[in-house]
Design a protein around this ligand. Structure first.
Ligand SMILES: O=S(=O)(O)CCCN1CCN(CCO[C@@H]2O[C@H](CO)[C@@H](O)[C@H](O)[C@H]2O)CC1
Length: 488
């Protein structure tokens, strides 16, 4: 990795790109406008309003469906190189299923948004799926149903055809663990099923095959003409051994294999992590299952799935300590007992507005080093990183968060030689934070959800992030940044 053009420890290489991110259900609104079909988040918030804090929902959200030009103006003001957003499957295919009619107005919205970005010198970076499964597909069984593979392939091909002339970086899925483990295993995300230890593994199996099929469709039918790249966004927290013991080190490695490796290993190395296969096979047998609860890839599937990535993408926010645990309740069928590691956070780590998120900047450097070591130093995009608060446009905690995490990231690049080439702030603006509704705010811009205009207001952290982007340096404060060569 040539970082010779970085003249100081705190300076990002000139090729490095900065962006900001959102996702369709979290910002668009217009939940049933212009032909859009119902998705599982529309469904769960309408049929079970108390599922989300304050009975919030994404019916209007930030109203980006109508206000996308304002969003692009904000991105322009920030000075980002790219904008990561996601496409609502049910806006393109209201019925979801293979062969169902395309909603032209849905295509038009995404072409308008993408063209607006390009007209403003901002590169679009598009996620095909950010948790908003069309409800009709869920009612046909959703992701545990192997049929989803052909429905997803049908959707992906249409999007590549209709937007591939404008979009060159595609991400098939955002954080599939949330869809599968939290959505079908633990009930904390839609569709809120709780058959962990079975449905989460079936969901993942279908999803990984769907990803591989979309990757090959792009590779065989579009890449030559469009010249784009395809990857999958996978999230993990950093797992730090709770002590220097061998057992805790093994526990930490097992934990990241069960989170990032669950998806990263199949698409990069070809199969599930060996530790997942071994543990789930053994526990399934002891529990009296005729076959493992972890589905198997056949030899040809392994070959088909292996190498289906053009970059490695990481969403990382925080860390956990990982402590080895005695094998206890063999009878419990569930992901957590298959993993069997005690995970906890350090009370000394600074809190945020999200219970699962404490500020642990050094965890980012460790995570990208782990990716580099595990997957043979691939090109890495940070596709989400950010912190939540309860609101306000003077947000020093968010400024400190970005400075500390970016400082660790530039050290990983300049000192450790990790090949990270992009960094994406989550999020451009406050938005619908899933089960927490609008109570937890991650934006560089605030949004007034009590006004029909959904007024956007720049926060102090937006000015900070703009400074970093324009100077490529971590600024201590606006007048004196940490890079001597950049001092005016
Ligand atoms: O509540 S519990 O403790 O029972 C379980 C929570 C654990 N989840 C929470 C969020 N998530 C990663 C972040 O999720 C990501 O980051 C953003 C901020 O959350 C979201 O808005 C994005 O849509 C998502 O991509 C992964 C882990």
């Amino acid at each position: 990795l040539d970082t010779s053009n970085s003249t100081s420890k705190n300076k990002f290489p000139d090729y490095f790109k900065f962006g900001a991110a959102t996702a369709s259900y979290q910002v668009e609104g217009a939940w049933n406008e212009d032909g859009k079909g119902e998705n599982i988040w529309d469904h769960i918030t309408h049929t079970n309003p108390t599922y989300v804090e304050n009975e919030d929902n994404g019916d209007v959200a930030c109203d980006s469906y109508h206000k996308y030009k304002e969003d692009v103006a904000m991105l322009k003001d920030l000075g980002v190189d790219y904008y990561r957003f996601s496409i609502s499957w049910s806006r393109i295919l209201p019925y979801g299923v293979t062969g169902s009619p395309v909603n032209k107005l849905g295509i038009e919205y995404y072409r308008n948004l993408t063209q607006e970005l390009l007209d403003n010198g901002i590169e679009p970076m598009v996620t095909l799926f950010h948790w908003d499964t069309p409800e009709p597909l869920q009612e046909l069984g959703g992701w545990p149903n192997p049929e989803m593979e052909e429905h997803y392939a049908y959707y992906a091909r249409i999007v590549f055809e209709q937007l591939g002339d404008l979009v060159k970086i595609w991400m098939t899925f955002n954080e599939p663990k949330q869809t599968c483990l939290e959505g079908y295993g633990k009930g904390v995300k839609a569709p809120a099923f709780t058959t962990t230890g079975m449905a989460d593994y079936k969901c993942t199996h279908t999803l990984i095959k769907s990803h591989a099929k979309a990757y090959h469709i792009y590779d065989e039918e579009f890449k030559a003409k469009q010249g784009g790249r395809v990857g999958m966004v996978i999230d993990t927290v950093w797992f730090e051994p709770a002590s220097g013991s061998e057992k805790d080190a093994e526990a930490a490695e097992r934990a990241i294999q069960f989170t990032y490796g669950w998806y990263g290993n199949p698409i990069i190395l070809g199969n599930y992590p060996q530790v997942m296969i071994d543990r789930i096979d053994e526990r399934s047998k002891q529990q009296g299952f005729a076959q493992s609860r972890l589905p198997k890839f056949s030899e040809e599937e392994v070959d088909y799935i292996k190498g289906t990535y053009d970059f490695v993408a990481l969403n990382m926010y925080t860390a956990n300590y990982a402590e080895w645990k005695e094998e206890t309740d063999i009878s419990d069928v569930g992901y957590d007992s298959d993993l069997n590691v005690h995970l906890f956070m350090d009370d000394s780590w600074e809190e945020s507005a999200s219970s699962w998120l404490r500020v642990v900047p050094w965890g980012l450097r460790k995570t990208v080093n782990w990716l580099s070591k595990t997957y043979n130093n691939p090109e890495i995009f940070i596709t989400e990183n950010g912190v939540s608060d309860r609101g306000g446009i003077d947000d020093p905690q968010r400024i400190n968060f970005y400075r500390e995490y970016l400082s660790n990231l530039v050290d990983a690049i300049v000192e450790d030689g990790v090949n990270v080439t992009r960094y994406t702030a989550w999020s451009l603006m406050d938005n619908f934070e899933w089960g927490s509704g609008y109570s937890e705010k991650f934006g560089l811009y605030s949004v007034d959800f009590s006004s029909p205009e959904r007024t956007r207001t720049k926060k102090a952290s937006a000015d900070y992030y703009s400074q970093v982007i324009s100077t490529r340096c971590l600024v201590d404060s606006c007048e004196n940044n940490l890079c001597a060569d950049n001092r005016k």
